[in-house]
Ligand binder design. Structure first.
Ligand code: FAD
Length: 446
């Protein structure tokens, strides 16, 4: 067995999604951010080593599960590691599904690691199989196929699924959510010959999907319940400018609007709004958030709220069982973001292997590259009307660019960059350090 040396090449970190990869790439393989958004990172310090004959079983092969497997193998060269992969393909960069919806072969282009990496690291990937039950006393996972697998330590990395609001018609044939490669494939097929798309939900995924469809000259309408796009997540002025950019590119926006019903017999033909408006549709995308996959864990008696409850070591309430990524909740919360899932997976794997790694929640910026513009927002977006913010904004209407900085008690608490994200690193560091108002003013005016 060759233990792939993850530290052999110089590494950079994408400041937008947190992905760490070998220096030299022009774009981030996960979120597509450009090289000006990368920062060099020091090699991992996985000096802990404990070679054993233990059986490690990881359920779920997203970034959390794969990160856990990697962290275990870096610390234990002789144990057995098996990942139950609920999907058919090699684990892949999920965020690319909507960023490159009509890309040729997502499966080949966006794998996290190629097949050889699993062979070199002696990690067994059991694909197209799902866990049905966990016996935490007997330490056995039963698959839906009936197969039973024993473990010494188990890592649950079950991810999340799309939330589908109870709208009549949501189950019609040409109504989709996008969570997996199979979903993306179905959407691509359904777009053949379709001209009118209605997207319910104007969050990041909805906007990215709309952008990809507009590029194909489709007539796209976004229906969003909130009065603004990405309300509460980006500066209000950035939200208004973003809406203008989308409209300028040809997208129709219904903000502050509720979808009441998806009309059609077997196939959707229109989305009806509470206002009475009827939006004709050949395809409908529902993009209204996620729910953690917790049912297998709950049935086994593990403590769970919105996600499987974990402590700072990613331990669940059951002995020898860890959880990480979108299925887990730390401090009662999960952002549902790539960087967070990767960091949780690292910590879960390291601790399952016997190391003592404390999970530190990474910053959770919002980022979009769609409709010919780019957006980055981090921290408090100044949307809480109960707080007295001081806001400084630099606008360049010609370039449709905005820098927006929000302060509370003289300290920087949030920033949004639109149209030009070259100050991403500055904004991220300054919000993290809660830099004083005067220092920010001096910096942005010079
Ligand atoms: C279209 C899209 C775009 C996104 N864009 C961004 C972005 O730009 N930036 C960002 O930070 N985040 C983004 N995200 C979120 C990010 O992809 C997730 O936070 C991340 O993938 C979570 O990783 P995970 O490993 O916890 O879960 P997942 O990636 O969901 O992987 C979990 C895996 O477990 C499998 N599984 C579930 N149940 C079982 C079972 N019982 N047995 C076996 N396997 C099972 C699932 O099928 C899945 O393959 C995006 C998500 C989507 C869907």
């Amino acid at each position: 067995m060759i233990i792939a040396d993850s530290n052999a090449l110089a590494k950079v970190k994408c400041l937008v999604c947190g992905e760490i990869f070998a220096e030299g790439s022009l774009v981030c393989p996960v979120c597509g951010a450009g090289a000006d958004q990368f920062a060099p990172v020091a090699p991992d310090d996985a000096s802990y080593r404990n070679d054993t004959r233990e059986l490690f079983l990881i359920v779920g092969a997203g970034i959390a599960g794969v990160s856990a497997a990697k962290a275990i193998r870096e610390r234990n060269h002789t144990c057995s590691i098996t990942i139950i992969n609920g999907e058919e393909s090699l684990p892949y960069n999920r965020p690319m599904l909507t960023k490159n919806l009509f890309g040729q072969s997502i499966a080949d282009q966006f794998v996290i690691f190629d097949e050889q990496w699993y062979i070199d690291n002696n990690i067994t990937l059991v694909s197209d199989q799902r866990a049905a039950a966990i016996d935490t006393v007997g330490r056995i996972i039963t698959l839906e196929s009936g197969a039973r697998l024993m473990y010494d330590k188990c890592v649950l990395a079950l991810g999340a699924r799309n939330f589908v609001p109870p709208i009549p018609g949501a189950n019609l044939a040409n109504v989709f959510g996008i969570r997996t490669q199979a979903d993306a494939r179905r959407v691509r097929n359904a777009c053949e010959g379709a001209t009118r798309a209605v997207i319910i939900g104007g969050g990041v995924l909805g906007i990215e999907t709309a952008s990809e469809m507009v590029k194909r000259n489709m007539d796209v309408t976004i229906v969003e319940t909130a009065p603004r796009l990405l309300a509460g997540k980006i500066a209000p002025r950035a939200s208004d400018m973003l809406a203008e950019i989308l409209r300028g590119a040809g997208a129709n926006l219904y903000l502050g609007a509720q979808a009441r019903e998806i009309a059609g017999d077997s196939r959707a033909t229109a989305v009806r709004l509470e206002s009475g408006a009827e939006l004709p549709a050949d395809i409908v995308i529902i993009s209204t958030g996620i729910r953690a996959n917790i049912s297998v864990a709950k049935s086994a008696g593990l403590a769970a709220d919105r996600g499987i409850a974990v402590d700072a070591h990613m331990k669940t309430s059951a002995p020898r069982v860890y959880a990480c990524g979108d299925c887990a909740s730390f401090d009662g919360f999960s952002y549902g973001l790539w960087a967070e899932a990767a960091a949780m997976g690292d910590a879960a794997g390291a601790n399952a292997a016997g190391d003592a790694v404390i999970y530190k929640r990474p910053p959770a910026p919002i980022t979009i590259s769609a409709f010919g513009t780019v957006l980055f927002a981090v921290g408090d977006s100044s949307s809480d009307s109960a707080k007295l913010y001081r806001t400084v904004e630099l606008r360049d209407p010609q370039r449709r660019a905005l820098e927006s900085y929000h302060f509370l008690d003289d300290r920087l608490v949030g920033a949004t960059l639109l149209g030009d994200v070259s100050k991403t690193r500055f904004a991220l560091d300054a919000v993290g350090a809660r830099v004083k108002y005067n220092e920010i003013i001096n910096n942005i005016l010079n």
